[in-house]
Write a protein that binds this ligand. Structure first.
Ligand SMILES: [Zn+2]
Length: 69
């Protein structure tokens, strides 16, 4: 598909690194399947992949909270 951000590049199926920030936690999820713009590098996650990333984030944040005093 055509990139929405730069309106020049075409997206290609690949992987990206997603960074999520919440409270005091920065979570980096690597090798996430995504459509990546060959021009500006913007990435687009499918609904399915977004949900999986959010699930990983929730689990990690719960673990972080549980392990803190
Ligand atoms: Zn682009």
């Amino acid at each position: 598909m055509k990139c929405i951000i730069c309106k020049l590049g075409e997206t290609q199926l690949g992987t990206t690194t997603v960074t999520l920030k919440r409270d005091n936690v920065t979570l980096v999820v690597k090798n996430v399947l995504a459509e990546v713009c060959e021009d500006c590098g913007e990435y687009y996650l499918s609904d399915e992949v977004s949900k999986k990333v959010m699930t990983i984030a929730e689990q990690t944040l719960n673990f972080t909270k549980a392990s803190m005093p």
